[in-house]
Design a binder for this molecule. Structure first.
Ligand code: HEC
Ligand code: HEC
Ligand code: HEC
Ligand code: HEC
Ligand code: HEC
Length: 386
């Protein structure tokens, strides 16, 4: 019935799709409209359109005299016929050769592999169950990990989402898809893949992506604000805990991310913001881009690596203490995350690689649920009090 309906909607639907047609997501829309619409608004579809990617790749090629080669597009546009990470980048994966640097092989022209064990037959393509694409199997994370971990030719691991997850308590029972693909109904998984990045040029689904990112960030990070008297002033301690992120926070392109943790006393910003991110170095010098780096320093919120309170990996919250000289009536803690530091964007604009309009179009996410306010009227102590 479904197939007959599809034949009426899509001219070619009753013919098997050839390998080139299979690579083109517009040929899937007629029969998989929701998955295709969600994917089209995702960063997977945007991966090779992203002006920051295009700018950084162009600059990297220039500065390395072309030595970067296809290093970047291997993950950002693995199928030559398609822009971005298309359907078959995940649904025709045959083997996983390595859990980094795009270490996948594909069975082009083969069946569509997915998590359905009893797929309904269709004339458009053969279907087959694959554990590599079954989100209920923790091992399916390796498929995601092949693209989500980046190791430079000099051995430096600069993106490590899979490795972080693999070392965490989540690795035993919760795959990447288990958190990132909301089950939207029977035989239906959400393909929006919200993370942190939002398109900076006109693109479908920007408002939806922002809303889904806010949904995922809300329960993810727990905060606590404690205020104690100290001389004539106060001692303020901020505790951040990665409660529900299956890897570090931030993760992935941590050298680009800027998590800003800021204090306000009586409405005025006080002290230096606490920034969670990574820094690239070459020797002792800080460098901006991966192709110049031979070391990386990070301050991130790690996930639990142990369920045993006796093990150090059980506790992973981070605390910072600052002293304020006065006695404010109210102190507020705020947390924001910016996908790519303005300093990086400005650097790319200055070298002529990036349109300055991208800076104004960037989204900064405010973690509303992480905000805390302490009031002197309620007495010294912590918010929340437990
Ligand atoms: C003529 C309709 C039609 C077209 C066109 C079509 N599909 Fe399908 N596809 C189906 C049907 C029907 C199923 C089975 C769904 C079910 O059993 O719930 C399916 C199943 C799948 C599955 C799940 C396989 C499994 O075993 O889990 C994937 C993945 C898939 N399709 C991807 C694609 C992609 C990618 C395209 C575009 C290149 C595409 N399909 C085009 C009809 C179609
Ligand atoms: C327990 C749930 C959970 C699991 C498991 C999980 N994630 Fe996430 N992920 C999140 C949440 C929540 C966020 C948003 C907070 C953040 O950015 O870290 C996120 C963010 C991300 C981001 C954006 C990261 C950033 O900070 O820029 C990427 C990329 C990502 N996840 C990929 C993966 C991959 C790949 C895996 C498997 C190896 C995975 N996730 C497993 C919950 C999860
Ligand atoms: C980043 C990897 C990835 C990309 C890209 C991707 N999918 Fe999927 N898709 C999955 C995973 C993983 C599942 C299985 C989830 C499960 O069963 O646990 C899935 C499931 C499906 C299913 C089975 C029904 C369902 O929703 O569970 C269909 C159909 C499908 N995808 C179609 C598509 C189409 C069409 C595209 C491109 C427009 C696409 N997918 C792009 C990873 C991907
Ligand atoms: C073929 C490579 C490839 C595979 C396989 C892949 N991804 Fe991705 N993914 C990417 C790239 C590249 C981006 C970044 C796009 C951009 O922002 O330019 C991305 C972006 C994301 C984001 C959004 C991050 C953000 O900052 O907003 C999430 C979440 C994500 N992927 C999760 C997954 C999960 C879960 C899987 C496995 C089911 C998976 N990916 C499989 C290459 C891949
Ligand atoms: C192993 C696969 C892989 C390789 C190789 C790779 N990337 Fe990525 N890239 C990703 C993934 C996955 C993400 C999404 C991670 C996240 O959201 O945290 C991403 C995100 C990005 C982003 C998104 C914006 C941001 O937040 O920084 C840019 C820009 C980018 N990559 C540029 C590059 C450039 C330039 C190269 C080559 C020097 C490169 N990438 C090589 C997988 C890869």
């Amino acid at each position: 019935m479904k197939a007959i309906l599809a034949c009426a909607l899509v001219a070619s639907a009753c013919e098997p799709l050839d390998p080139a047609a299979t690579a083109d997501p517009s040929n899937c829309e007629g029969c998989h409209p929701e998955q295709t619409r969600e994917w089209a608004g995702s960063m997977h579809a945007y991966a090779s359109e992203d002006p920051v990617f295009v700018a950084m790749n162009a600059r990297g090629q220039r500065e390395t005299g072309g030595q970067l080669g296809t290093f970047c597009v291997r993950c950002h546009a693995p199928q030559p016929e398609v822009r971005g990470v298309g359907c078959v980048a995940c649904h025709q994966v045959k083997t996983i050769e390595a859990t980094h640097n795009g270490g996948l092989t594909w069975d082009r022209g083969g069946p569509m592999r997915g998590g359905l064990r009893d797929p309904e037959a269709t004339a458009a393509h053969d279907s087959s169950y694959s554990e590599l694409v079954d989100g209920s199997k923790p091992s399916s994370s390796q498929m995601c990990g092949a693209c989500h971990d980046v190791v430079l030719p000099n051995g430096l691991a600069i993106e490590a989402t899979f490795a972080e997850w693999n070392a965490s308590v989540f690795a035993d029972n919760l795959s990447c898809s288990g958190c990132h693909m909301f089950t939207a109904g029977p035989r239906r998984h959400d393909h929006s893949f919200p993370g942190i990045d939002v398109a900076t040029t006109p693109w479908p689904g920007i408002a939806e992506q922002r809303a889904l990112i806010a949904r995922d960030l809300r329960p993810a990070i727990l905060t606590k604000l404690c205020v104690a008297p100290m001389g004539g002033g106060v001692e303020v301690s901020i505790t951040l805990d990665n409660a529900q992120v299956g890897h570090a926070f931030p993760s992935g392109t941590t050298h680009a991310r800027r998590v800003r943790v800021e204090l306000e006393a009586d409405g005025l910003v006080v002290g230096e913001p606490w920034i969670l991110r990574s820094w690239f170095r070459r020797g002792t010098e800080e460098v901006q881009f991966a192709w110049d780096a031979d070391a990386i320093d990070s301050e991130l919120l790690m996930p639990s690596t142990s369920l045993d309170p006796a093990q150090p990996g059980y506790y992973h919250a981070r605390t910072r203490t600052v002293r304020l000289t006065g006695r404010p009536a109210a102190i507020r803690l705020g947390v924001q995350i910016q996908p790519i530091g303005t300093d990086i964007l400005e650097d790319l604009v200055k070298s002529g690689d990036l349109d300055p309009a991208v800076i104004a179009a960037s989204t900064t996410h405010t973690l509303d649920a992480a905000a805390r306010e302490w009031r002197a009227a309620d007495g010294f102590g912590c918010v929340p009090s437990r």
